[in-house]
Design a protein around this ligand. Structure first.
Ligand code: ADP
Ligand code: ADP
Ligand code: MG
Length: 447
């Protein structure tokens, strides 16, 4: 087993990983930027190393600084969390070269799946259904336009290196193609230092269904069922749940098998997520694979009873998966809400500042993953997600009731949050009745 792990991240996910390590008797090393001296992960880890100034590029994305800290602290494992360097193949291979177990897949698998245009090709060859669209990368507007005409409008132009809901645009008609393509290209270049694009048919009124998978270094691959992440704003998840009550037994099995096929196609080891779109006729299409722990992993933990982070660590240490597919049992229903420091009345603009009150909900079936405490100052440098509330009930109805109750107990003062917005969302009849698609929130807010 690993003895000492460096957590190359911050916020609630760093805290989440430290907790797993403590329970496993593994020592922890935190890294932090100058803006994060007072952060919870710094206090919770056994040791902490400052890796640079506030700006991510100079700290949490600073590969030489993090590898140096890892070597100085003589760690034998590194957990990248999500965002930051978690899907950077170069970083994974630097860890490998330094003799440190990267708690994630191989650099090759990260590289293959991080290139979303190439990932489509891999999946197609493996017999996994993909969203109809272009083959390979597109750089020229006229080439893109010809392909869009062939696919038929509406289409979606997407950045091949994209993530976090950014770098994608819907195009409804040919007249808008050129301008959308050029904007996408510029945004992609600026955000991901890569202007390669690809085009997909725009799937109308879809649901976002993703499968949690696990591969070990002994050739076993299993899935832990699905999560429904259909409630989104600007292609970013707002509320996630497990299981998805629109899947029946047969469809769940077929999608699960496709997810396993997808993972095997890239020789996948460790935890990963295969994202699918499900259309109105219940056809499913591979969209992308996230080669890391996911924000919404706790809903799967609730319904399966499996600690996904501990399993990731065991796999990175070379151990075999303890579970076989037939041992995975889904019971009950879990929902997660992402709590952000933002103001929904002003187009969800971030709301940094000092937290004057912080009272977290509790009680039966409630889990809070957060790194905030009273008197903590939220800085403007990083993501605005400050907590996750996860509710577990025997069924969806009960989970919703628990979530509403928990959200109404949550008292955060000093900064604006989306808590009231989430309560309103959960009070919508269509949400209660599971009657929505990925554009639901935008349509609702537009009314
Ligand atoms: P999940 O699929 O786990 O829900 P998100 O899309 O919410 O993931 O991303 C998790 C975090 O990682 C967010 O903070 C997001 O901004 C960041 N992130 C994801 N992909 C990228 C990327 N390619 N580049 C930069 N940040 C990213
Ligand atoms: P990211 O890497 O930013 O997570 P994804 O490719 O996973 O990007 O897409 C994010 C979201 O955008 C999806 O969950 C879905 O709501 C929407 N989306 C992406 N591609 C399509 C498509 N072809 N048709 C309809 N919606 C799409
Ligand atoms: Mg995605």
């Amino acid at each position: 087993m690993l003895k000492r792990i460096l957590i190359a991240n911050r916020g609630e996910i760093a805290v989440r990983i430290i907790r797993a390590c403590v329970e496993m008797g593994i020592e922890t090393v935190a890294v932090y930027s100058e803006a994060d001296r007072e952060s919870m992960h710094v206090y919770m880890a056994d040791r902490a190393v400052c890796i640079g100034p506030a700006e991510s590029k100079l700290s949490y994305l600073n590969m030489p600084a993090i590898i140096t800290a890892a070597k100085l602290m003589e760690v034998d494992g590194l957990h990248p969390g999500f965002g930051f360097l978690s899907e950077n193949p170069k970083f994974a291979s630097l860890c490998k070269m330094a003799g440190i177990a990267f708690i994630g897949p191989s650099p090759e698998a990260i590289g293959l799946m991080g290139d979303k245009a190439a990932a489509r090709e891999t999946m197609k060859k493996a017999g996994v259904p993909i969203v109809p669209g272009s083959e390979g990368k597109i750089y020229e507007v006229e080439e893109g336009r010809r392909i869009a005409q062939k696919i038929g409008y509406p289409v979606m132009i997407k950045a091949s290196s994209g993530g976090g809901g950014r770098g994608m645009r819907v195009v409804l008609e040919d007249d808008d193609f050129s301008s959308s393509f050029n904007i996408c290209k510029q945004e992609s270049k600026a955000a991901f230092s890569d202007d390669a694009l690809y085009i997909e048919k725009y799937i109308q009124n879809p649901r976002h269904i993703e499968f949690q998978i696990f591969g070990d270094s002994h050739g076993h691959v299993i899935h832990l069922g699905e999560r429904d992440c259909t409630l989104q704003r600007r292609n970013q998840k707002v509320l996630e749940e497990a299981p998805s009550i629109i899947l029946d037994h047969d469809l769940r099995n077929r999608m699960g098998e496709a997810a396993i096929k997808a993972a095997k196609a890239c020789g996948y080891v460790n935890a990963g997520t295969i994202e699918f779109l499900l259309d109105r006729d219940k056809n499913f299409y591979f969209m992308e694979m996230n080669t890391r722990i996911q924000v919404e992993h706790p809903v799967t933990e609730f319904v399966t009873g499996i600690d996904i982070v501990k399993e990731q660590i065991r796999i990175a240490a070379g151990l075999e998966l303890e579970l076989k597919q037939e041992d995975v049992r889904i019971s009950g229903h879990a929902i997660e809400c992402r709590i952000n420091a933002e103001n929904p009345d002003y187009n969800f603009r971030p709301s940094p500042g000092k937290v004057t009150t912080f009272h977290v909900p509790g009680g039966h079936g409630i889990r809070i993953d957060s790194s905030i405490y009273e008197e903590y100052t939220i800085t403007p440098y990083y993501d605005s997600m400050i907590a996750k509330v996860i509710a577990y009930g025997r069924n969806r109805e009960e989970a919703i009731c628990k979530m509403r109750r928990a959200l109404s107990e949550f008292a955060i003062g000093g900064v604006d949050t989306n808590i009231d917005f989430l309560i309103k969302l959960l009070n919508q009849r269509d949400v209660e009745e599971n009657n929505y698609d990925t554009s639901y929130i935008e349509k609702w807010l537009g009314k």
